[in-house]
Design a protein around this ligand. Structure first.
Ligand SMILES: [Ca+2]
Length: 134
């Protein structure tokens, strides 16, 4: 053990920017399995969480400009309204976050960039969980 879930798994490689690129193979498999799932089954808590992550993005991305990306304003609204930690975030922190998430520098956060944001949050929650259970 001693290895985190994001410590260079064999199915991932790093681009020059240091971004972890996940292999396309698991995504295609998941898409295939999702398209064949039974809709009569109840969603598990994890599936509900995944659905919430996706629908929350679209709830804000559709407000202005491109419907498939978050502008700075949309990202700020999402953070302020959907995360309790957003209350304490200053404008400068949102600017810094926007800058670090916007890998392709088009001033918009696309879903891939948003998923990095969620992963980062998830890691912070895990750190908090581990610290709290000491
Ligand atoms: Ca972008």
């Amino acid at each position: 053990m001693g290895q985190g879930p994001f410590s260079t798994p064999s199915s991932a490689s790093s681009s020059s920017s240091g971004e972890v690129l996940l292999s396309a193979a698991p995504r295609a498999l998941f898409q295939h399995l999702l398209s064949r799932r039974s809709h009569t089954l109840m969603e598990t808590p994890l599936e509900k969480a995944l659905t919430t992550m996706v629908t929350t993005f679209h709830k804000y991305s559709g407000r202005e400009g491109s419907k498939l990306t978050l502008s700075r304003k949309e990202l700020k609204e999402l953070i302020k309204k959907e995360l309790c930690l957003g209350e304490k975030m200053k404008e400068s922190s949102i600017d810094d976050l926007m800058k670090s998430l916007d890998k392709n520098r088009d001033q918009e956060i696309d879903f891939k960039e948003y998923s990095v944001f969620l992963t980062t949050l998830c890691m912070a929650y895990n750190d908090f969980f581990l610290e709290d259970s000491k």
